[in-house]
Ligand binder design. Structure first.
Ligand SMILES: Nc1nc2c(ncn2[C@@H]2O[C@H](COP(=O)(O)OP(=O)(O)OP(=O)(O)O)[C@@H](O)[C@H]2O)c(=O)[nH]1
Ligand SMILES: [Mg+2]
Length: 370
């Protein structure tokens, strides 16, 4: 199934020129898990793709002997590699480092504590072979699940997932954007320049690759084999910070507030200078729009390579804003006229609807890109 360009590429490491697959595993004090992990992983890979793979462990100064266990195993198996980072911490940045060092065409990211069953790796690779760019091992798709979680942990995970879907729309292509178990085609997927805060690299990868083909593969998240969890309160704060920074809709809304201030300032200044009322109103709007446009073009969507030219984006943003106002008007007017809702509430609903329309058009049409 996985040809490496020459005949008979099955079985042992000696037959492999360059790895097809790089498995990236971050470790922090996981010593008792390494041996069973490597043994199960090697069996699963040799039984499916043959011997042509590498396993890259990225360790952040574990003090329980993890690096020593890895080095010992690597003496007998040259496909195992250890990257020891000094003075650096963080799950997402450790994974990113491993992905940068990967020499395979495909990379699989998984935890060291056997919560991500090595036996599921071949199914992820199969989906990549079939044309997917990003394969997410999902707990929340049919056939997936979690083992031994309390209701509170399940609710927190689902809440965090829904928040990702709301704030970072690019994550809606998978049922489990919080997954730490995923595979990517390194030739087709863009990696972040700098790691996001915290531990969810997949969210960042999905955001940076809006056109990538994403496929979910179900799996059951197992109980931790040995050792202790590193997931703590700080990880949650980091996650929220990451979503807030990465959220294009949130940036879009904040810039919109800035544009409103610009609009009002120009409007007042022109009125104060004796300009005609109509001119002050229209120029106020135009100034606000130009302010928004500039920031959206330079910052809000700057992680994309735009498909449209500058004049097309400028005109497009004027149109999408006009559509936003039209939708807002229709919603507000309908709520007042047909439902008799309080005018302020109706107007607020209109603002929300107009925002959604304007954001959707801006994101999908005006600043469309890869
Ligand atoms: N290199 C590195 N690895 C880390 C760091 N934090 C966590 N890890 C590893 O990342 C993986 C996931 O961490 P876990 O603590 O298992 O997080 P979790 O699976 O969400 O939480 P549990 O279900 O409680 O285990 C494990 O292999 C850890 O050893 C870090 O700062 N640096
Ligand atoms: Mg774990």
């Amino acid at each position: 199934m996985y040809s490496a360009g020459r005949e008979g590429m099955t079985g042992s490491e000696r037959e492999c020129i360059a790895p097809i697959v790089s498995i990236v595993i971050p470790t922090l004090n996981e010593a008792p898990n390494i041996e069973p992990l490597v043994s199960r992983l090697v069996t699963a890979l040799e039984g499916s793709i043959g011997g042509c793979f590498e396993v890259i462990f990225v360790d952040d100064e574990s003090i329980d002997g993890t690096p020593e266990v890895i080095m010992k195993l690597a003496e007998d198996d040259s496909r195992l590699r250890l990257l020891s980072r000094r003075g650096e911490r963080g799950l997402a940045s450790a994974i990113l480092r491993g992905l940068r060092e990967a020499t395979g065409k495909y990379a699989v990211v998984m935890d060291a504590d056997l919560q991500h069953p090595p036996e599921d790796v071949p199914r992820l690779l199969k989906a990549l072979e079939e044309g997917a760019d990003i394969v997410v091992a999902s707990r929340y798709t049919r056939g997936g699940g979690v083992e031994g979680w309390s209701r509170v942990r399940l609710l927190m995970s689902l809440g965090a997932t829904i928040l990702a879907w709301i704030l970072v729309p690019e994550t809606r292509r998978t049922s489990d954007p919080m997954s730490g178990f995923f595979a990517i085609n390194l030739e087709r997927v863009k990696l972040p320049q700098t790691p996001p805060p915290g531990f969810k690299l997949l969210v960042e990868i999905l955001r940076l690759n809006p056109k990538a083909r994403v496929v979910d593969v179900p799996y059951v998240f197992r109980r931790r084999h040995e050792g202790r969890s590193k997931l703590g309160f700080k990880s949650m704060i980091d996650y929220l910070a990451h979503l807030a920074i990465a959220s294009s809709p949130l940036r879009f809304a904040l810039v919109g507030l800035g544009g409103t201030i610009v609009n009002l300032t120009v409007f007042r200044t022109l009125l104060g200078a004796g300009a005609p009322l109509d001119a002050a109103i229209l120029l106020g709007f135009e100034a606000g729009l130009l302010f928004n446009f500039t920031i959206h073009d330079r910052i809000t969507f700057s992680h994309r390579r735009y498909e449209r030219s500058f004049p097309a984006r400028l005109l497009g943003y004027h149109l999408s804003s006009a559509v936003g106002v039209g939708v807002g008007y229709l919603v507000s007017r309908s709520l007042i006229t047909f439902i008799g809702l309080h005018p302020i509430l109706s107007q607020l609903a209109g603002i929300a609807a107009g925002f959604i329309a304007n954001y959707t058009l801006s994101s999908r049409k005006v600043w469309r890109g890869t």
